[in-house]
Unconditional design. Sequence first.
Length: 203
Amino acid sequence: MGRMQSASFERFAGVYAILTAFASFLYAVAFVILQNVVLSALFLAAVGLLSSAVLVAVYYRLRQTNVAFALWALVLGMAGALGSAVHGGYDLANAIHPSSSPLAELPNPVDPRGLLTFGVSGVALFVVGWLIVHGGQFPRGVGYLAYLSAFLLVVLYLGRLIVLDPSNPVILIPALLNGFVINPALYLLLGFALLWGRGDYHS
């Protein structure tokens, strides 16, 4: 019964992973190209909520490789996902009802400069990538994509923290690469792997 329930949740999470891929791509479009605060906030919140189901399913598999590291990745990933959802909700509230208070210009108090959305999520993805590469629960290429996405997310957080100007290449290039290509591809591949069921992915 437990294995059947796990397979059912994996299929559910697989669908959510594909939805996360599309939401991530649309967030990049809204943030970088359209520069629409309402849409970017909506999609950022959606990415956080949708990816939470994916993180649980990924943990359930990766715990067979190393349960402690898999749990650590889940905790960090959930913090990043909830941080994204809260950050998106905060931006959405301010976009719908702009505040004249100078406090509105300060960094998000829950997710300052994307600490959770980018920084903590990047660390979580690095651990996920390591577990995938050293285990056989997902195709190894997914692990390398997770490594790359993790690197770009951490660079993006540091850029937003230190440089701040979104047009600076230090911020713009990682945002374009991760938002339009790497992160959507990562979640699409995770989604397909979860939908197709378990397999032996050892090389």
